[in-house]
Design a protein around this ligand. Structure first.
Ligand SMILES: Cc1cc2nc3c(=O)[nH]c(=O)nc-3n(C[C@H](O)[C@H](O)[C@H](O)COP(=O)(O)O)c2cc1C
Length: 359
């Protein structure tokens, strides 16, 4: 089950509905939770349950207990939104932080001028100083320790779709000239690797995954001609660290208009090269997959695991439906983000526990 923000945690603490939602989906081989902010600074959307207070850890503990009772496995997705935030969400109205001071022009979900929640233009960020980066890495490490205390099997670093890591990885956004600068590939990937190492030190490499989205323009990320070089070098370094998995997203589904499959072809071509670099590290892919296309990709040896996002919103028993050949229910995008139980925990189960492996 791919990570999906549902923005229903009114107090930023997982509640009864969160418990029920994940428990219903416990038969997924591995659940990756919605992005869980690692700090107030890392928050860009209201109602997203974080992993930096004792109350949040206690709330997530109830989620993992419920999933474990059903023999499920669950990783927390650790999230720092970087520049995709707004002053109304930051301590003392400070600007969000990023690799550079370049604004995305995109939106955050925060407080509007009249104090009500809504979509607002993300605030212009400030560039993190090099001497602040150990503190950010320590925030990630602390969230990983919290995830462990909350009973998670592991964590996935959200290094995809416009957020803090991508602002360092993207040479067009990263205009730094220090050792984290966009000018050469070793510097561009340094921030990501330092955070990976800080988190691995706490949990062990086999409990840490990472999510990446080369060629993504989600959040108005500019097209970066250096991406192949970046992601191949990063894959090589990640392989040396022997992580639980590396998780790629094909973000075509977020493109407003059909691009004729060009992005999918670009991602797949890169994945062939990534596969070589990764060696034995499991490769996960998400983005518009079906049971058929996922099976083909796994059988071809390109990927090891397939992740499903939207199908999991409306099919809590997706695995059993796949096994039983049961048609899938279609999710309603109107209830993807925010709101109550509707469109969250009220999608019915269609299969009465077809034992996995029986078909
Ligand atoms: C409602 C919604 C929320 C999402 N939130 C996240 C998120 O918090 N973190 C993340 O890495 N991806 C997020 N995604 C992307 C999904 O994980 C997934 O990659 C994407 O939906 C493509 O897979 P699919 O075609 O199977 O839905 C979200 C997608 C949706 C539809």
């Amino acid at each position: 089950m791919a990570p999906m923000t549902r923005a229903r945690a009114l107090t930023e603490v997982p509640d009864d509905l969160t418990v029920r939602y994940y428990e219903q989906r416990a038969s997924a081989g591995l659940i990756v939770t919605e992005g869980a902010p690692i700090s107030q600074e890392g928050t860009g959307y209201l109602f997203t349950p974080g992993l930096y207070t004792d109350e949040q850890v206690a709330g997530w503990r109830r989620v993992t207990d419920a999933v474990r009772r059903r023999d499920g496995r669950i990783f927390a997705q650790l999230w720092h939104v970087g520049r995709a935030s707004h002053v109304s969400l930051q301590a003392d109205g400070a600007p969000p932080v990023s690799a550079s001071a370049k604004a995305s022009g995109d939106t955050a979900f925060a407080y509007q001028e009249d104090g009500t929640p809504g979509r607002v233009v993300a605030s212009t960020p400030r560039a993190l100083r090099a001497d602040e980066i150990p503190r950010v890495a320590a925030d990630f490490a602390a969230a990983a320790v919290n995830a462990n205390a909350a009973g998670f099997h592991g964590v996935e670093l959200h290094a995809a779709t416009q957020y803090l890591f991508e602002t360092f990885l993207n040479a067009e956004v990263n205009d730094r000239t220090d050792r984290y600068g966009g000018g050469n590939v070793a510097d561009r990937i340094r921030f990501t690797l330092e955070v990976v190492d800080a988190v691995v030190e706490q949990l062990g490499a086999d409990r840490v995954g990472i999510r990446l989205s080369p060629f993504s323009t989600v959040g108005s990320m500019p097209v970066d001609p250096k991406q192949e070089e970046t992601y191949l070098a990063l894959s090589r370094e990640l392989a040396a660290r022997d992580l639980a998995y590396v998780h790629y997203i094909d973000t075509s589904i977020f493109l407003p208009e059909d691009d004729g499959g060009a992005l999918t072809r670009q991602v797949r071509a890169l994945l062939h090269a990534v596969r070589q670099e990764l060696g034995d590290t499991p490769l996960v892919l998400a983005g518009g997959l079906t049971q058929e296309s996922a099976t083909e990709l796994i059988d071809s040896g390109l990927i090891d695991l397939a992740a499903f996002g939207r199908p999991y919103i409306s099919n809590p028993d997706l695995v059993e439906r796949f096994h039983g050949g049961v048609p899938l229910a279609t999710p309603d995008p109107a209830t993807f983000f925010g709101g109550d139980a509707t469109g969250y925990v009220d999608y019915p189960v269609a299969t009465e526990a077809v034992p996995v492996g029986s078909k």
